[in-house]
Design a protein around this ligand. Structure first.
Ligand SMILES: O=P(O)(O)OC[C@H]1O[C@H](OP(=O)(O)OP(=O)(O)O)[C@H](O)[C@@H]1O
Ligand code: HPA
Ligand SMILES: [Mg+2]
Length: 168
């Protein structure tokens, strides 16, 4: 993460906000699949950040088949390489037709670019999107600027904050 910081701005997302935004993502995808009545075949979450929105989307759209894909990014000096370290079931995926691939956000777009090469016919959905990654995503809910770092609820804790007018 340190190689990606410092960012000018921080966008702190609570569990509640993430739940609402992931539900909004599901509603956007509802009935848009290639199956009967616009059904989707399965949801695939990109670990680890995609697992929470994938669960919420699968619950909202009543999709019972859920699988995962793991993508690991390696930093070789200045070049970042990505590779898949765990694949979803091959028979399920095919070319990706009818599969909803879900992640928490798209930033540079490198993660989705790799997954898209493997499953070109899949639908790619993220809760948040930054401008560089937008061409890689088919459906998202909220756009944030490239210089914003998104803090997810699983990376944060409630903390005491000093009053604005100090107590000295
Ligand atoms: O568009 P990109 O520049 O590829 O960045 C987006 C990806 O980076 C983060 O995952 P990360 O690889 O940090 O792993 P994690 O989900 O396990 O936290 C995030 O959850 C996305 O998957
Ligand atoms: O803005 C971000 N927040 C959390 N994880 C990330 N991975 C890439 N960009 C981000
Ligand atoms: Mg991730």
């Amino acid at each position: 993460m340190n190689d990606r910081l410092p960012h000018e701005k921080g966008f702190h997302v609570s569990w509640d906000q993430l739940h609402r935004d992931a539900r909004a993502l599901a509603w956007r995808l509802d009935g848009k699949g290639p199956g009967e009545n616009g059904a989707w075949k399965a949801v695939v979450g990109i670990t680890r950040g995609g697992l929470v929105p994938a669960m919420i989307v699968s619950r909202e759209l009543d999709i019972r088949i859920v699988d995962t894909i793991s993508v690991k990014s390696y930093n070789h000096q200045t070049q970042t390489e990505s590779r898949v370290t765990k694949s979803p079931q091959e028979e399920l995926m095919g070319d990706g037709t009818g599969i909803l691939i879900v992640d928490d956000l798209v930033d540079s777009g490198k993660t989705l670019e790799l997954v898209r090469k493997l499953y070109p016919k899949a639908q790619f959905a993220t809760v948040y999107a930054k401008p560089h990654g937008k061409p890689q995503v088919d459906t998202y809910v909220t756009e944030v600027s490239q210089d914003t770092w998104i803090f997810f609820p699983w990376d944060m804790a409630l903390q005491y904050v000093q009053p604005f007018r100090g107590t000295d």
